[in-house]
Design a protein around this ligand. Structure first.
Ligand SMILES: *Cc1c(COP(=O)(O)O)cnc(C)c1O
Ligand SMILES: [Zn+2]
Length: 624
């Protein structure tokens, strides 16, 4: 027996009523989003409120609220029932009494999308489809692929080509046929729609039935907080389906008399993808031509459910907030440091929003707030690693451990996460200023010797190309200097001069200090860097007699820091097999190369004289 007559579909914009036999995606008149509208009086009679109040949250507990026929076995991966984490440490840091994080990353594929896929894929099966097509920024694809695999449906997936690899790996492993599109999410969605029409595939995605599954998050929140009201719920918004679905769940419980207050909803968007705007008191949905954010899961330039989000914000006197990528990555770290919740950047935007609204006094310290952490951090580790340096690599030697632990490296790195592009110096500072700023930004006290070295490097940066010093630049300088701390400056570059004309090969004149004595030399090479290094190598060959060569040489323009900074990584290989990797940073590629070379040689000498020590090391080295 089919009992599909307890609901109908209705367009949110033009109010046209329709049925799932006609469309499972958008309104056939105006392409607006559809709602599933229930006969709530009938539903109320049917409800087992005792069960709702006493059994633990679980998707299957809400079967009466789903638009699914009950004459068949349902496909489920045990989605939902995620924990509501009480964030005591973070609450303290942000200055709020009660903060909860709804940990949606605990769903089977690592994001809340599974709640929606549960209803959607069961619906596709019920309607007799054999194949499903979906456009996605990654998580939807992973989830729809998983449920399709379980249901035995073929699954076609369209994603923008910059989709995080971990999410693609998931979809592919669930056996989906994945196609990457050179374009935005919007382009992918268009193609998915056309494909569904042409081939008669079920169009999965942020359409009418998805919200019906995702609203269970709203029921769960109400149940997990039976004993107290939630004042605010903060949700990241891409297509807007999740926020409006959570709101729908709460609204239904309110309508059923199960809760007596509706929380106020907060929508968070990425700063560079803020399609929904509030302009002089009026909300509107705009099209974002080129969304550009590390929050891939909310990078949707045309939110289909924008009008539903606006409805929820209006009905609850909600708020709309944006979060920049920098703010988001900082909060992602703060959340994992303080609560051991490693979430996707998109999910971390909720903490940015919370902090902003607390500072503005919109959210009060005594109110109760829930942030919906929509997905797990392991989905996109590359985004996180952008703000974290590679950990130091050392030899298995306790002295090496001491060097790292007693050095200031960890402190530099901990502080380096924040405000990487903040301009620190735009003119050559005095030594006193350097000392003060380093203390303030990196909480370390420079020794007199290191202060001289750091100040010298800063001067080089600014004088060389008249560039400013961003925080990331200062971090590299500090790391370089501190990394050298334990080694005597056996080789030091004092001065160099390059002659580079069209007529002949470049020549370099260099002045170095080697083991306390000053030497001058000239060299020639295919390029200026080569010439300068050849000049130094002559001195080394003559006075040190160490046989080595440059095994690898790599130039990288770091993504953060002032624009003209280059980072050179050099691998020096000594005859007996010792190998070192060191880096040099400067706005000038020649200076950066010389710094890397000098650092490399000092390390090589150190190893040469301490043969029990390492074969290769390099505290601050980046991946080649
Ligand atoms: C899909 C997704 C969002 C955005 O949800 P919408 O329903 O598109 O607004 C946010 N965070 C994560 C982790 C997601 O996967
Ligand atoms: Zn319509």
């Amino acid at each position: 027996m089919k009992n599909n007559n307890f609901y109908y579909l209705q367009c949110v914009l033009c109010k046209r009523k329709t049925t799932e036999k006609e469309t499972v995606s958008v309104c056939l008149s105006c392409s607006g989003p559809l709602d599933v509208v229930y006969d709530y009086d009938a539903l109320r009679l049917k409800l087992n409120t005792y069960l709702l109040r006493s059994a633990p949250p679980k998707t299957m507990k809400y079967l009466d609220f789903y638009p699914l026929a009950r004459d068949r076995e349902l496909i489920t991966l045990d989605e939902g029932g995620t924990t509501l984490h009480k964030a005591r440490n973070l609450a303290k840091k942000l200055g709020i009494k009660k903060l909860f994080i709804k940990n949606e990353g605990l769903n089977p594929t690592g994001a809340f999308k599974d709640r929606g896929s549960f209803v959607e894929i069961n619906k596709a099966k019920e309607l007799g489809f054999k194949s499903v097509v979906v456009a996605s920024t990654g998580n939807m694809a992973a989830s729809v692929s998983a449920y399709s695999a379980q249901a035995g449906l073929a699954c076609y997936v369209f994603v923008p080509e910059n989709t995080p690899r971990a999410k693609l790996a998931q979809s592919l492993s669930y056996g989906a046929k994945v196609i990457q599109i050179r374009g935005t999410y919007y382009d992918a969605a268009n193609l998915a729609e056309k494909t569904s029409e042409k081939y008669g595939f079920y169009l999965a995605g942020d359409y009418v039935f998805r919200a019906e599954g995702q609203k269970s998050c709203g029921y769960e929140l109400a149940e997990q907080m039976w004993r107290e009201d939630i004042d605010w719920i903060i949700v990241p918004v891409g297509m807007g389906t999740n926020l409006s679905a959570i709101f729908k769940g709460l609204w239904e419980y309110y309508k059923m008399g199960l809760i007596d207050k509706l929380p106020r909803m907060v929508a968070v968007q990425a700063q560079n993808c803020n399609s929904i705007k509030k302009v002089s008191g009026e909300y509107k949905v705009t099209f974002i031509e080129k969304p550009n954010t590390i929050c891939s899961a909310i990078s949707c330039n045309k939110p289909l459910d924008g009008s539903k989000v606006i409805r929820a914000l209006k009905e609850t006197k909600g708020e709309i907030v944006t979060a920049s990528d920098d703010e988001t990555l900082i909060m992602q770290q703060l959340l994992s440091h303080s609560e051991a919740l490693y979430v996707e950047p998109s999910a971390a935007t909720t903490i940015v929003a919370l902090q902003k609204l607390l500072r503005k006094g919109v959210i009060k310290a005594l109110e109760t707030v829930v942030c919906v952490a929509t997905g797990i951090g392991l989905k996109d580790p590359a985004a996180t690693l952008k703000v974290l340096s590679d950990p130091p690599t050392i030899e298995p030697d306790i002295n090496e451990v001491t060097r790292v632990i007693s050095g200031k490296l960890f402190s530099i790195r901990a502080q380096g996460v924040k405000e990487k592009e903040k301009i620190i110096f735009n003119r050559v500072p005095t030594d006193k200023e350097v000392k003060k700023i380093v203390k303030k930004e990196f909480t370390i006290d420079l020794s007199a010797v290191n202060l001289k070295l750091v100040a010298g490097d800063i001067k080089d940066f600014i004088k060389n190309k008249g560039k400013t010093i961003a925080k990331a630049d200062l971090q590299s300088i500090l790391e370089n200097v501190i990394q050298q701390e334990s080694h005597k400056n056996y080789l030091e570059l004092i001065d160099f001069h390059i002659e580079d004309s069209k007529q002949k090969r470049p020549t370099a004149r260099v002045e170095v200090k080697l083991n306390g004595k000053t030497y001058m030399s000239e060299g020639e090479g295919v390029g200026p860097v080569d010439a300068a290094i050849n000049a130094i190598k002559k001195i080394i060959a003559k006075y040190d007699g160490i046989d080595f060569n440059i095994a690898d040489f790599n130039v990288e323009i770091p993504t953060t820091g002032s624009d003209a900074t280059v980072e050179v990584t050099m691998v020096l290989l000594e005859k007996r097999g010792n190998q070192v990797v060191e880096k040099g940073t400067s706005p000038d590629i020649i200076v950066a190369s010389m710094n890397a070379f000098v650092a490399g040689y000092n390390e090589l000498i150190y190893q040469f004289k301490n043969p029990t020590s390492s074969k290769s090391r390099g505290l601050g080295r980046k991946k080649l």
